[in-house]
Design a protein around this ligand. Structure first.
Ligand SMILES: Nc1ncnc2c1ncn2[C@@H]1O[C@H](COP(=O)(O)OP(=O)(O)OP(=O)(O)O)[C@@H](O)[C@H]1O
Ligand SMILES: [Mg+2]
Length: 572
């Protein structure tokens, strides 16, 4: 019922929380005073024949107490609602920050996390805005009412005390089951989102392979699964509401009958017991409300564990040295091994690589040889299982990640385009003058595309706007890297998807940009890297040969074989 991690979030709102407690205490006193006032008015009307004139101020007082209670209630809601907004915003910011700073290879990138970020964090609202203030009110009201009851009619006080634990006991009894069903509902929702996003992502393939009906069945099945899970949660919620209501009603009935009988036999005076009778619903109402709010807040308990586990996940990337490599650095891989999780074989088997300062080094090899893994290690998305990577003889893990990334311009194998203008996509948050942007656009062979666009560089591109072809996206990524002015340039298959003419333009641009930088190019098209200073040939995670194109050609090894089987022979 009380989650430690969720409660910790209240720290910055401790004054607000104190105000809520204070308002709830005063509210509890007002509720008791209101009941006494009403009991006194009815007592006077019945036994003292209260006249109209004398009744007016008392009724006015009663009305005032009602209004005061409503105002306090509003105040509590206002404070709790604002705190809930602030807390969720802060959690969401921390969550996004953690997501951005974690490795793209970490398991955090999945649909479940997307759900947690949106619906998961929003499910904390009923906990902070409703459940917690209600719980405080309930506890304070119980104390005040019990004191008032024992003072006025101890028999009813005992009945209150005996029936009091029934409701929390019942809530605890069904709490575990409700939590289980809530977890199942969450899993079903995540599955439904996965099925749906897969459906959207693979639409073209589904259409071509006529899998529409199968996919529809899958989606409907997932939808039904979710509906069933929701119904189970609702069933428990309705069942618990029914039992809470039943316990409260029966308890009030027991008190009423008991008071009625004692009044009938004249064992007690009217005012104190009638006051206690009026207090009875006020005693059980908040208990009942806490019970139903507990169900509303159940999502918060389910998701808090996952959200805080993701937030508190330790970032394994250590090091805090802040070095800007203004001069092109030398990069060295020393006996580097790497094995992906759940893979039996090593992706890299003790590779030694030397990327000379200010030179162009190429990595070639068959698909799956481990080329992109070398980049992921250098970018520190993953860490070597064994071995070290040095930059100018400094272990790369000792560098602060943000500073390290500032030294790198990177074109990934699968380039991504953001829903923004072409300019924003190229500049990536930097303020750069038009001359430099045009230089990068020209070097990446994007000039024709820019001039064909209605608003030139200011045209919106990406999913929701003007789409770009695979080759165009790759060139936007190239322009982005060219503009970065970093001393290390890493290109994973830069010429993929480019026609011969465009490739020539990009090659020329690359040659110009590559001056005084440590350039590493991964390439399948061997023709594009034949002029590289050193070429490493990788096979099953091992360097099988390396050297210049001329040396490797003479060597007659895998490179030679690959060259022979490749078509064309364009030069860098
Ligand atoms: N995220 C991952 N999780 C598990 N295994 C992976 C992952 N990424 C790559 N691998 C495996 O590691 C090996 C090396 O992959 P890598 O992406 O480095 O190859 P590559 O040489 O870049 O191939 P390609 O030329 O097709 O891009 C492959 O066997 C691949 O299946
Ligand atoms: Mg690759």
């Amino acid at each position: 019922m009380i989650d430690k991690n969720l409660l910790k979030q209240l720290r910055p709102y401790r004054y607000g929380a104190a105000a809520v407690v204070l308002l709830d205490i005063v509210s509890a006193v007002i509720i008791t005073a209101r009941c006494y006032c009403l009991a006194a008015i009815i007592d006077d009307m019945l036994f003292s024949r209260l006249d109209r004139e004398a009744a007016v101020p008392r009724l006015a007082l009663l009305l005032f107490l009602f209004l005061l209670e409503a105002a306090f209630n509003l105040g509590v809601r206002f404070i709790a609602h604002n705190a809930s907004i602030g807390i969720r915003e802060k959690i969401r910011c921390t969550f996004i920050d953690r997501l951005v700073s974690s490795s793209p290879f970490s398991s955090v990138y999945n649909t479940d996390l997307l759900q947690l970020l949106t619906r998961g964090i929003d499910s904390f609202d009923p906990y902070f805005a409703k459940f917690l203030p209600q719980l405080v009110l309930t506890v304070t009201l119980l104390f005040v009412v019990l004191i008032a009851a024992f003072y006025n009619d101890w028999v009813s006080g005992i009945i209150f005390l005996v029936t009091l634990p029934l409701i929390p006991f019942f809530m605890m009894l069904i709490g575990k089951r409700a939590q289980l069903e809530n977890n199942k509902q969450w899993a079903a929702l995540t599955h439904l989102s996965e099925v749906f996003s897969e459906l959207l992502a693979g639409m073209a393939v589904i259409k071509i392979y006529n899998q529409g009906k199968e996919q529809l069945k899958n989606t409907l099945r997932a939808g039904e699964e979710f509906s069933r899970a929701v119904l189970k949660v609702l069933r428990i919620a309705f069942l618990s509401a029914f039992f809470l209501e039943l316990i409260a009603t029966l308890s009030i009935a027991v008190i009423a009958v008991n008071i009625g009988l004692r009044l009938l036999y004249g064992h007690v005076g009217f005012l104190p017991v009638f006051f206690v009778l009026l207090l009875a619903p006020e005693f059980y109402k908040p208990l009942r409300q806490t019970g139903s709010m507990f169900h509303d807040a159940m999502g918060a308990f389910t998701n808090a564990e996952k959200v805080f586990a993701a937030i508190q996940k330790k970032n394994t990337v250590g090091g805090n040295r802040c070095i800007d490599f203004t001069k092109a650095p030398q990069i060295r891989f020393s006996k580097v091994y790497f094995q992906y999780a759940k893979q039996r074989e090593n992706a890299l088997n003790g590779v030694n690589l030397n990327f000379a300062a200010g030179k162009v080094t190429a990595i070639v090899g068959r698909s799956g040889a481990g080329k992109s893994t070398i980049f992921s290690l250098l970018l520190r998305f993953i860490s070597p299982t064994a071995g070290n990577i040095f930059v100018d003889d400094i272990d790369v893990t000792s560098l602060a990640e943000k500073f390290w990334h500032r030294n790198i311009a990177y074109v990934p194998q699968q380039a991504h385009i953001f829903n923004a203008t072409l300019r924003e996509n190229i500049c990536m948050g930097k303020t750069v003058d038009d001359e430099k942007i045009n230089g990068a656009v020209e070097a990446a062979g994007l000039q024709e595309l820019v001039s064909s666009m209605p608003q030139g560089l200011n045209t919106l591109v990406g999913n929701g706007a003007r789409g770009l072809s695979g080759g165009q996206i790759r060139r936007v990524a190239m322009a982005r890297a060219f503009l970065a002015e970093a001393s290390i340039l890493m290109l994973d298959e830069p010429m993929e998807g480019l026609d011969i003419m465009t490739e020539k333009v990009v090659q020329a641009g690359l040659k110009k940009i590559a001056q005084n930088k440590t350039v590493i190019i991964i390439a399948h098209r061997l023709a594009s890297i034949r002029n590289a200073d050193v070429i490493y040939v990788l096979e099953k995670g091992t360097v099988v040969e390396y050297g210049t194109d001329a040396y490797l050609c003479k060597n007659g090894g895998l490179y030679c074989e690959m060259l022979a089987s490749s078509t064309g022979g364009r030069q860098l």
